[in-house]
Each structure stands twice: as C-alpha cells, then as structure tokens.
Design a protein around this ligand. Structure first.
Ligand code: NAD
Length: 361
C-alpha cells in the first residue's frame, strides 16, 4: 500500500520524537511491503520563525492533501509573548478545524511493566487497564453561545449546550467502529437523568446499535463513570461521550496509567485522514538532550496504521516491540523506577531498540 503522511515535527522535543517514529514507519514499510512518503510541514513556533504565521495556507494544504498527519508537539517559551492569533497553538486549532476532526480518541493503557507508575492500588492495576475514550471534539457546551449578562443588578453567566442528532450520530459511529476493531464492547456515557442533550444522545446511540449487531452497547451516567474509572477500570474497552465529559474523563484516564510520555492519541473526522499525536507538549525543559521518551509518538504512528490505514497487523507489530523493549527493562528517564534491573536509555536508543524488536508475525 502507498500512503502519503504529512509530518509536523514542531518545536522542542518534537523533531527528536517524530524522528524515531518515522524510522519505525520505515521499518514497517520494509517488513510489510508498503510505501510511505513523508511530507514535511512547518507548524507552530518554527513556522512563526520562518513565515511569521503558525500555519500558513501552503503548509495546511500539505496536511489536507495527505492520507494522515503525524504531529510531535508545538510551542515553547520562545513564543510565549507572541500576540494571541499568532501563537503556536492557533496553528493546531486551525489544523483540527480545517481537517474537520470531530472525534478525539485517547487510549488509557497501562503497560504491566510500568504498573508501579500508576497512582491506583496494585490490586486494581493487576486486573489490567486498556481502554479508549472516544470524545466528541467540535460540538457541545464548548461550542455553544457564551454570555455574561446583568440581571436584577447581579451578574449571570450563560453557556449553551446543544447537540444535534447528526452530531451525535457521527461520533456514535466512530465509537461503534472503534469497538469493532477492539473487543466489540462500547459504553456510552451521558447524563440522561438530567440533560435533554444526553437523552437525545442515548436515543441516537441505541438507534445506531441496530446497525452494529456485533457490538455490545451499554450506558453509564458520567458521574458513575468517573467513579468506575478509578474503582474498576478493567471493565471498560471503548467509551464514547460528548465533548466536556470526554475532556474531563480522558484526563482522569491518562493519569491512572502513570506516564505522559507513553500515551498516543488520534483525532478523526468524516474521512479516514486523521491527526495523530502524543498527548504531551513540546517539553522545552528537555529539548535537544536526546532524553525524551519517543514511545507516545511511536504508538501514535501505530494508531495511524490501525485506524486510518486498516493495518492492524502492522500496528500490533509496533506495540509488541514496545512491550518487548519494556520487558527487557529499558526505560527513558520519565518512566525509570528505582528497580536496579532497569536500564536508562535516551530517545534515539529507545527508538533503535524498538526497531530491533520489530518483526513480521
Ligand atoms: P509538556 O507536556 O511539554 O511537559 C510537561 C512535563 O512532562 C515536562 O517536565 C516534560 O519534560 C515532561 N515530558 C513531556 N513529554 C515528555 C516525553 N516525551 N518524555 C519525557 N518527558 C516528557 O507540558 P508543558 O511544559 O506544560 O508545555 C510545554 C509547551 O508545550 C507549551 O508551550 C505548551 O503550550 C505546549 N503544548 C503543546 C501541545 C501540543 O502540541 N499538542 C500539547 C500540550 C502542550
């Protein structure tokens, strides 16, 4: 298969971690006979320096013409005083909006080798944590009308929450399709005991369920879900939820897995072209030192193969190699525990070790 991947190395540790992910993709191409073309795109602080714009149209067009986008991270103290519309994050917001990616997907997976990094009790972690939150990204209360008025001499703040049937349907389908690619269990999270938008959410999800008979759909109220994520996270496989609930739950879920450097994410819209990035930022404090953890970015590349290119075996190959390297005790500084059997390595060496373990099953 031939795929054109737009590559945004970005700022800070971005070029280092993306460099390792590209080597991993090259190895996949060699093992499975694919052809990946990498098109470099400037976005963020580096684009401000070069063009005076965090995402010029010509750079954005390269992303829109690609089969998917791989991003490191953007931003850093150098651009902190840049005026609002020209800030590095504006490039990212523009990219998400123009790509129309309405679904943010963030896995919460604890690697058994890193179990002691979780703040949860070992007895809970031992049951396994491996689920994904599918969050609606461009609707709901964050995108409704916001207003603060004066009523009876006192201030009154209003935030409007709306969801249309079609907005729910399109994210619901991503939830079902994600579940189909995993263990076929989908938990729809809402607040239907209070909110009309949640009652519509639940109704649409159950209507869609008839189209996905292979997926088992369950419902959960968001307050219960927040509790269950820390009490019994092993019960979840795929959670689908609206924007604000997903924002809060996905941060809760990433915390229980212990390390920011390990977690990938994808953002998808109507087409198969997605945006893939680790959940962390540009880590300017460690940039240029070859000590960043590249695994979140490497796993983001694996998500790209699984969810945009339908290459499940290739994604499994990368994930198994990461697991094998962790099994052997290799750790970047952020995931190093006090265990004397562990060996500290840098960013490049971690990438090299993962590539060495990759083999076609
Ligand atoms: P950060 O995620 O960059 O760093 C937080 C801490 O985690 C730092 O101590 C850092 O060294 C460490 N860390 C992060 N990623 C790591 C990795 N792969 N390996 C080892 N350690 C890692 O968050 P921050 O410091 O709040 O933000 C720094 C910059 O990144 C800011 O300019 C912010 O706006 C930007 N940012 C960008 C994105 C993005 O591009 N999607 C997301 C978040 C933050």
């Amino acid at each position: 298969m031939k795929k054109n991947i737009a590559v945004i190395r970005g700022d800070g540790i971005g070029p280092e971690i993306v460099g390792e992910a590209l080597k991993v993709l090259d190895k996949i191409a060699a093992l499975y006979g694919h052809e990946f073309t990498f098109t470099d795109v400037d976005m963020g602080g580096c684009a401000i320096d070069r063009f005076g714009d965090p995402l010029p149209q010509a750079e954005l067009d390269k992303c829109l013409a690609s089969d998917s986008v791989l991003l490191g991270a953007v931003g850093g103290p150098k651009w902190n005083d840049v005026p609002g519309p020209m800030r590095p994050e504006k490039g990212l917001l523009r990219l998400r909006a123009d790509m129309g990616v309405y679904s943010n997907n963030r896995p919460a997976k604890i690697w058994p080798q890193l179990a002691d990094a979780s703040p949860l009790k070992p007895s809970i972690v031992a049951q396994g944590i491996d689920f994904i939150i599918v969050r609606e990204l461009i609707g709901g209360i964050y995108f409704g009308a916001h207003n603060t008025i004066t009523k009876d001499g006192r201030l009154l703040a209003i935030d409007e929450l709306t969801y249309s049937e079609s907005e729910i349907e399109r994210i619901g389908r991503i939830g079902f399709e994600t579940a189909q690619k995993r263990s076929k269990r989908l938990c729809s999270v809402e607040k239907s005991n209070v909110l009309d938008s949640s009652r519509l959410w639940k109704k649409v999800m159950h209507r869609l369920a008839a189209e996905y008979p292979d997926v088992e759909l369950s419902d959960m109220l968001v307050d219960n879900c927040a509790m269950q994520i820390v009490k019994n996270p092993s019960q979840f496989d795929v959670i689908v939820t609206e924007n604000m609930f997903g924002d809060i739950l996905s941060d809760e879920a990433s915390m229980i897995t212990g390390s920011i450097g390990m977690i990938p994410s994808s953002s998808l819209g109507a087409s198969s072209c997605g945006l893939y990035e680790p959940i962390h930022g540009s880590a300017p404090d460690i940039a240029g030192q070859d000590i960043a953890n590249p695994i979140g970015t490497i796993l983001s590349a694996a998500m790209m193969l699984r969810y945009s290119f339908d290459m499940a075996a290739e994604a499994d190959c990368i994930e198994s190699a990461v697991s094998a390297v962790l099994d052997e005790g290799y750790r970047t500084g952020d995931i190093l525990s006090g265990d004397p059997a562990c060996i500290q390595v840098g960013c490049t060496e971690m990438g090299r070790l993962i590539i060495e373990k990759m083999k076609r099953e």
